[in-house]
Design a protein around this ligand. Sequence first.
Ligand SMILES: Nc1ncnc2c1ncn2[C@@H]1O[C@H](COP(=O)(O)OP(=O)(O)OP(=O)(O)O)[C@@H](O)[C@H]1O
Ligand SMILES: [Mg+2]
Length: 238
Amino acid sequence: METYCERCRGTGFVKEEGGAVSLCSCRFSLKDTNRILGIPRRFWDAELDNYVCENASESEAFKEAYIYASSYDPEEGRGLTFIGPPGVGKTHLAVGVLKKIYREKGVRGMFFDTKDLIYRFKALIEVGRTARAIKTVLNLPLLVLDDLGSERLSDWQREMISYIISYRYNNLKSTLITTNFSLTGEEKKDRRIRKMVDGLELPKALMTDRLGAGTVSRIYEMTKVIYMQGRDRRRRSL
Ligand SMILES: Nc1ncnc2c1ncn2[C@@H]1O[C@H](COP(=O)(O)OP(=O)(O)OP(=O)(O)O)[C@@H](O)[C@H]1O
Ligand SMILES: [Mg+2]
């Protein structure tokens, strides 16, 4: 990988002669990492290392994100879905995972706000440049779909999202999703996750209503679903 650092093996730190530890020079190319991964300016400083846990659900989400990034294997097609209210750090964690995997495994994923990605695809289709550009994105080893389902979707947009999810599901490509929506509304009865959501107040709005049961079913299988709760960090006074 072009900017994967052999010197510090992606850790960001090097041992000097005499044993002192210092920052590796690759840390200074942080800006390039953010650009390469398509990370929006607001999240350039977001790292797993500076995610602060204030409750059990945030600690659990951080732990899952960390384990996922450390054990990431691009062949497996596993992903994560962060679900929760605004401002708990879902996007922050997804960005942190994307960067850690890039630095430590040399795997180059990309971040997209989902709405923005759909508009870009639409623009590409309109100018007749579909196949190559769209396939490049669909085939990324790691794709962040931020804020999935956040807006009212037209039939065309829903179809496009369903196509992206199905493609990545069928081809074992890893996807990181963040969303404010519960997946089905049946979470508290679901054996696999009812322990995790016990005591949490889940978002009332449902992904099944937005994207349909087929897409949600695929998301369930291809990602580990992580429900979060906590303070809205954007409102500093809370
Ligand atoms: N636990 C945390 N530790 C440190 N910073 C955090 C944490 N949670 C959120 N932040 C910061 O607060 C801001 C909002 O977080 P973020 O955008 O990740 O929230 P979100 O859960 O994705 O919200 P939304 O659902 O509205 O998209 C960001 O600047 C982020 O870096
Ligand atoms: Mg977000």
